[in-house]
Design a protein around this ligand. Sequence first.
Ligand SMILES: O=P(O)(O)OC[C@H]1O[C@@H](O)[C@H](O)[C@@H](O)[C@@H]1O
Length: 281
Amino acid sequence: MNDHTYHVEEKDGNRFVTITNSSATCRLSLFGGHILSYIPARDNRDRLWLSPLAVLNGDRPIRGGIPLCWPWFSDDHGKAKGELPSHGFLRTQMWSIEQYECDGALSEMVLVPKTTKGPGFDFNCKVKLVVKVGNTLSVSLVTENLEDEKAFKINCALHTYFEVSNIHHVKLCGMSGNYKDKLDNWAVKPTPVPYEFSSETDRIHLEAPSSLTIEENQQAITSIGSQGHDSIVVWNPWQAAASMSDMDAFGFKQMLCVETALTKGLMLQPRQSHSLTQIIE
Ligand SMILES: O=P(O)(O)OC[C@H]1O[C@@H](O)[C@H](O)[C@@H](O)[C@@H]1O
């Protein structure tokens, strides 16, 4: 492997791509178009958390990294809960590489899913994931409406699991306004100040800051830029991790999901395109 290429490895019916350049290494799974790790060369520290129990063979969505939610978020698909897959169907299909470029320090890969149609969504559109690996990791989920006359509604999210050393010492900085609390029947509550974590957390923040920072022990460890979103989702399962088969009971201590999301329903007009971007520094 040289600095200007990427490497593909086949394992357990899945294909894994490693992009390496002078700035960073990024590993992704073609099942789900799913980024698994992002390690800048300057400090060799993975910014993403991947569950040691994650299932990577395509049997189920991958726990950790950057799952892609599309064309709906969570169970907001208009049908009874469980009738359609939570977070949509992009994260459970094979993707392929459409384009790749690298100048030695910055690599850009474009991936496309096998299909954009599935139960619950039957519109003509193009979806692509644009991954830029350099001193920052930039991920854009782009949706283009290819219908001649029909508009359609989408929600989506870059459901990123950030690695932390100990959630008890973590603060999320830069958030304001109200959030809807899924754990309290969607009650609307003010964002806590300081924003710390001591129990299960599942919140849709209704304001959409373009810049957030995860601090640990008063030190900024990861910055999160967001574009094209209307909300930010913050999730940590805490004790509920114990009942998840792909997460160990104490895995919640090492992760925090901060998700750049569209949850309010975006109407995409014919020939219009939308890009949801997260930039990790
Ligand atoms: O287990 P999943 O389907 O990957 O979802 C994980 C979590 O994803 C979050 O985005 C949701 O707000 C939570 O309610 C959900 O539990």
